[in-house]
Design a protein around this ligand. Structure first.
Ligand SMILES: Cc1ncc(COP(=O)(O)O)c(C=O)c1O
Length: 380
């Protein structure tokens, strides 16, 4: 059996030709591919603007910077997320205020949000865990009452929707990732979506050192001024060209993901004691990043992982610890396990299984057949 990776970028001669044509053009940055990728991505998500960046982390960081988040401010972050969500806050010298997640969805627990009244909270970063959207109705309501900005972390949620509205359209910014394991890739890369023209312009300036004029806007080459702080987080033309081809393939990719997800769900859901996150919940419709199972407290996870390794089935863990309990954040803020029981439980009991379009037609059934006896042994 050829091993099944957890995720694998799918590219062919179309991406190769796209890369080749950029290399031949000699225009590697500030070019038409990036602009076109931004235009098409904004259309796909349903926002007025999209700004291409070097990563989702850059999108999160620049968003917070442009909102003026700084020392003394707090930003709400779910306890179960990738470190990028919290590091973006820390890079602004602000404090990530970690909130535990719901056992039903892995998304931020909105009941806890209602109790938070600290005036130093300036923003919230809802993370759509494994592609299932947070309850954006409740979050938007609480955020508007409490005057918090919303920056959505959509790294794993491209094409997910809440009440038929795509994620990435609910707050001041939506932040997407094109890292090779994601729904589409631009090798490395990210995109920020927004409906606010001024905010979009600020992000454009901040992604390129804070120049007042981009290369194409300069009347005289080399002459510009610096009006604000910025970084170098641009997306280059090669990546944008790859991203454009991938965007054309997204519908087909998603169809396969949905089918693979359904086969795993149907095949494994009868096993008692195994919890799996739904692909729809209330008004949320998942983008099917993976199929996640949560094994019972009484069963160790290692034997299941070892059996998967032996069978050549790739898997992942999202995420390896409740983020406030990772060494960096635990030492900094002395967080305790009992403050994040659900995130801690997920970190130690969940396994993410592959559903991506890289799976061959028989792979989902093979995963079900392999896992069923192993998981049945963990049930009473
Ligand atoms: C929820 C979440 N946010 C942000 C990121 C960071 O994305 P990038 O690698 O594009 O910076 C990741 C990476 O997987 C993620 O899972």
């Amino acid at each position: 059996m050829t091993p099944i990776p957890f995720a694998k970028p799918l590219t062919d001669s179309r991406e190769q030709q796209a890369v080749q044509s950029v290399l031949e053009s000699g225009q590697f940055v500030h070019g038409p591919k990036t602009e076109e990728f931004e235009k098409q991505f904004a259309q796909r998500v349903g926002t007025q603007y999209a700004v291409a960046l070097s990563s989702c982390t850059a999108a999160l960081h620049l968003s917070l910077m442009q909102l003026g988040i700084s020392q003394g401010d707090k930003v709400i972050v779910p306890a179960m997320t990738h470190v990028a969500t919290a590091h973006a806050v820390s890079l602004c010298q602000a404090t990530p205020l970690f909130v535990d997640v719901s056992p039903l969805s892995g998304n931020i627990n909105t009941h806890i949000l209602e109790t938070l009244n600290d005036p130093s909270i300036k923003a919230i970063i809802p993370v759509h865990y494994l592609g299932l959207p947070c309850d954006m109705e409740v979050i938007s309501h609480i955020a508007s009452l409490k005057n918090w900005h919303i920056i959505e972390d959509c790294a794993l949620a491209l094409d997910a929707s809440f009440h038929e509205q795509n994620v990435g359209t609910f707050g001041i910014a939506g932040c997407f990732s094109f890292y090779p394991t994601k729904h589409i890739t631009s090798i490395e890369g990210g995109m920020l979506t927004t409906n606010d023209p001024e905010f979009a312009e600020k992000i454009r300036k901040a992604r390129a050192f804070g120049y007042d004029k981009s290369l194409n806007e300069r009347k005289t080459p080399g002459l510009y001024n610096i009006k604000s702080l910025g970084l170098n987080c641009r997306m280059d033309e090669v990546r944008a060209a790859v991203g454009l081809v991938q965007l054309e393939k997204l519908d087909a990719f998603q169809q396969t993901r949905n089918v693979n997800f359904s086969i795993l769900k149907k095949g494994l859901q009868h096993i008692s004691n195994i919890h799996s996150f739904p692909n729809t919940l209330g008004k949320s419709l998942s983008s099917h990043y993976c199929f996640n199972i949560v094994i019972p407290d009484s069963s160790p996870r290692e034997p299941i992982m070892n059996a998967l390794k032996e069978a050549g089935i790739g898997f992942s863990v999202h995420y390896p610890q409740a983020l406030p309990l990772s060494e960096y954040y635990q030492k900094k803020y002395q967080h305790k396990i009992e403050d994040f029981p659900v995130a801690h439980w997920l970190a130690h009991h969940s396994i993410s299984l592959p559903v991506g379009p890289h799976l061959r037609p028989n792979d989902p059934e093979y995963i079900v057949q392999t896992l069923t006896p192993i998981l049945e042994r963990t049930s009473p």
